[in-house]
Design a protein around this ligand. Structure first.
Ligand code: UDP
Ligand code: GLC
Ligand code: MN
Length: 341
């Protein structure tokens, strides 16, 4: 039997709600495909337990980080080095074809027809349309491709410090290949006016199939009042259509309710470990107090109680990330892809 799946990625608890929304919107539009999330050991058990409710498989992989602060600075997104972890999606060889969706996407309709396309199909990036945006793409899992991408990352790196630069270098024929590989922008509609073209949105936006909340802030950074259904939109966020944000929050509330399992450590029957991620510590061994404190912090962030000068300050997060990256398998060269400077 042909096996096909939608795949997303979550490397930390902050993107957990986003992934839940991806899964919930796929399910509510009746997908017939599997729904898979790649997670890393630093995603809390509480978060993984929620993911396990809505996803068919929660696949544990090791973090891959470009550590390329120079190029990430050009992108103004220092945190996106970990998007190299996306490369792991090529190791899902139990599937013959997959569609990757960033955790900041939201489906407005069923898009199972994307599986009629071949690797690598994607929509143009609105910042540089000769490139594809790597928030939504059709691909064929293959260990050969996985290894070649790792090698490319090691030898050459990525020109934006994240996966999009790397993937556009590897699949460089995308912009000149046949039109079937060029997905309509409706499959990856960038939600902010800084990236998009408002008159076109007015004309064609109603046919959008997948919204991509590209850039910052993310939908979960805006405050939502479930009682009144009002979203307090952060200033300068450039959101094209507030109704899309409201819709994201409605789906998020549904997803949170469905995935709100009573116990924090349920049976992880569908937790599988990727073939390419040996020697990863067992996530179920995370100590209880650490888990409780992660959850507490996560709940604070969810309530938009961000401690800008303390635990959530850039310096603190940077120090934490450095610690995490140092402790993540220094013996495995592929876990942390070297800088290309
Ligand atoms: N991501 C993640 N943890 C991070 C940053 C990114 O798991 O700390 C994953 C997540 O799936 C996210 C994707 O990588 O959607 C790409 O990052 P993002 O969507 O923030 O980039 P943008 O689309 O805004 O450029
Ligand atoms: C892009 C894409 C995102 C990718 C990032 C880093 O803006 O939307 O999916 O992770 O660049 O390359
Ligand atoms: Mn994104």
């Amino acid at each position: 039997m042909v096996r096909e799946a939608f795949v997303t990625l979550v490397t930390n608890d902050l993107y957990c709600d986003g992934a839940l929304v991806v899964a919930q919107s796929l399910r509510s539009h009746g997908t017939k495909k599997d729904i898979v999330v790649l997670t890393t050991p630093h995603v809390s058990a509480a978060c993984r337990s929620r993911l396990a409710v809505l996803f068919d498989h929660v696949v544990l992989v090791n973090i891959l980080d470009s550590n390329d602060s120079a190029h990430l600075a050009l992108l103004h997104r220092p945190e996106l080095g970990v998007t190299f972890t996306k490369i792991h999606c090529w190791s899902l060889t139990q599937y013959s074809k997959c569609v990757f969706l960033d955790a900041d996407t939201l489906l407005l309709t069923n898009v199972d027809e994307l599986f009629e396309r071949n690797e690598l199909s994607a929509a143009p990036d609105s910042g540089w349309p000769d490139m594809f945006n790597s928030g939504v793409f059709v691909f064929k899992p293959s260990m050969h491709t996985f290894q070649e991408l790792i090698q490319l990352a090691d030898n050459q790196g990525s020109f934006d410090g994240g996966d999009q630069g790397l993937l556009n270098t590897y699949f460089s024929e995308w912009s000149t290949s046949d039109s079937s590989k060029r997905l309509s922008f409706l499959y990856n509609m960038h939600s902010t006016s800084t990236y998009s073209y408002s008159p076109a949105f007015k004309q064609f936006g109603k046919d959008t199939k997948i919204v991509h909340f590209i850039g910052n802030p993310k939908p979960w950074n805006h405050k939502y009042n479930e009682q009144t259904g009002q979203v307090e939109i952060l200033e300068g966020s450039g959101i094209l259509e507030p109704a899309l944000l409201k819709h994201w929050w409605e789906v998020c509330c549904q997803a949170r309710k469905i995935s709100n399992v009573e116990k924090l450590s349920p049976q992880f029957e569908n937790l599988t470990v990727s073939k390419s991620s040996d020697k990863i510590s067992d996530p179920l061994e995370v100590e209880d107090d650490k888990m409780a404190s992660h959850r507490q912090h996560f709940l604070q962030l969810q309530a938009s109680n961000v401690d800008y000068t303390g635990v959530d300050s850039f310096d603190h997060i940077q120090a934490k990330l450095d610690g995490i990256l140092q402790s993540s398998s220094p013996t495995r060269p592929s876990t942390s892809v070297k800088k290309n400077t």
